[in-house]
Write a protein that binds this ligand. Sequence first.
Ligand code: IMP
Ligand code: MG
Length: 191
Amino acid sequence: MKPKNSGFKYTKVMDKVQVKDKTFRIFIESASIQKRVSEISAQIDAEYQGRKPLFIVVLNGAFMFAADLFKNLKIECEVTFVKLSSYSGTKSTEVVKELIGLNENISGRDVIIVEDIIDTGITMENMMEKFKQSNPSSLKICTMLFKPNAFRKNYKIDYIGMEIPNDFIIGYGLDYDGFARNLPDIYTLVQ
Ligand code: IMP
Ligand code: MG
């Protein structure tokens, strides 16, 4: 059966959006994001053949990237979620709060942490230290975005979608004070 046309068409990308007091302009279009996501999925498929990895998705920001990544994956795998918070407005607070913890036993598992963005690297370091204590057989990191000029740590990031400048961005899961996560494209702050 053919689905009914909902009337929704996403043809023209809006080049500017206003979120609360700030203006953002288009930075990365959905098509480029999707292309890169399918490349990462293919890479993970190839590297995790027969290993049944567990993906730990960091809420809220990574939900959209994780959904697209997951739809592309062909290997046998599982997904679970943790919820953290470190940002307030457009600045990292450096204090990472755990709002929803991990229920699964990850001992002996191949684990891949999925993030929307690695900025200073504090959030991810916190998580890795914590998960390592449960003795997974391997622990890798997969992030859609990475800000190399903001990164203050020196651990390896295994899968990176795109490297971006040290600017505040929204869309594709990323928010400004809770808003704009639903935008399919990524926007950058107009100073
Ligand atoms: P980090 O601990 O500084 O690496 O920050 C990581 C978290 O801060 C990410 O998981 C995001 O939720 C959030 N974050 C970092 N940069 C941005 C941004 O440009 N826009 C929106 N959220 C961001
Ligand atoms: Mg995040």
